[in-house]
Write a protein of this length. Structure first.
Length: 291
């Protein structure tokens, strides 16, 4: 029995990339916390907004795996679809159910919440399905992911309690700008399959060494701009503090990958920075530095 449960947990993890939900939930909770200024009160709207966010990511992730079966036979043959652990038909049905749950749950919350969820779900379609297939279109791929991981997740927590127009745009801009570049980390260990299927990722276009240099310079430049804007008073000072901590973390991550060329580790560290940044904001919030 325990072996059966373990197998199902592993299958769910591989099928839905459950580690992504950590960042998803953090962004959602962060939006709710900053909107209320305290621990958000529980309500049906809050629960439905969470369900919408949760199911959106699950559905979008699974849709991407359905359309990436052939690429994953090369890059990730252990995944449920290319390995045959789940059929394509079953995956399509699960994806449709998740999309429907997300849409209905968001509609219960409010019109803005439904609109945000629609953006997430449509972006998932554009990312994975031809003829758009943003996944293979370099910077458009990064932008589409960053929009959902940053703006939509955060704003879904925010709109339960406050209007969209009152959201902290400088903070969202920093996280978005960082992630647009950092998302490239997922492409370094997929170069073989991406090249065969004509995916225009940065490592495919430039080679891994040059791509790493471009990624590092771009990340440090973007963070430096936000640090300067914060210290000059254009945006809140806490953005500068956050930017400095992210700059240090980013520098360590790039030194690590250049030393050992472990691109899977590079991806995990870069994804961890995505989470750590949000944890730092939470710490700033509870210490009274961010309001």
């Amino acid at each position: 029995m325990s072996s059966w449960i373990e197998d199902k947990v592993v299958l769910a993890h591989d099928m839905f990339k459950l580690e992504d939900q950590a960042a998803n939930v953090l962004s959602f909770v962060l939006g709710a916390l900053l909107a209320t200024g305290s621990i958000p009160p529980f309500s049906v709207s809050f629960l439905c907004a969470f369900v919408a966010v949760f199911c959106s990511l699950l559905g979008v992730n699974l849709l991407n795996q359905i359309t990436d079966i052939e690429i994953d036979r090369i890059n990730k043959p252990h995944r449920p679809l290319p390995s045959g652990k789940i059929s394509k038909k079953a995956a399509i049905i699960i994806t449709a159910i998740l999309y429907a749950i997300a849409g209905v749950a968001a509609a219960v919350v409010s019109v803005p919440a439904f609109a945000l969820t629609a953006v997430y779900l449509i972006m998932g379609l554009l990312y994975s399905l031809p003829p758009a297939r943003l996944k293979e279109r370099f910077i458009l791929s990064n932008i589409s992911i960053a929009i959902c991981y940053n703006f939509v997740n955060f704003l879904m927590g925010w709109v339960v309690f406050k209007p969209l127009g009152a959201a902290p745009l400088p903070l969202l801009a920093l996280l978005f700008a960082y992630d647009v570049i950092a998302i490239n980390a997922k492409d370094y260990f997929d170069v073989e399959g991406d090249r065969l299927h004509n995916a225009r990722t940065l490592p495919v276009l430039l080679g891994t060494k040059k791509a790493l240099d471009v990624d590092e310079i771009s990340n440090l430049a973007i963070l430096s701009v936000f640090i300067a804007l914060g210290f000059s008073g254009v945006i809140p000072i806490y953005i500068s503090v956050l930017g400095i901590l992210m700059l240090i973390g980013t520098g360590i991550i790039f030194q690590d990958v250049k030393k050992n060329s472990d691109f899977l580790r590079f991806y995990h560290l870069s994804f961890s920075m995505h989470i750590i940044a949000r944890l730092i904001i939470l710490a700033m919030f509870f210490s009274g530095f961010v309001r």
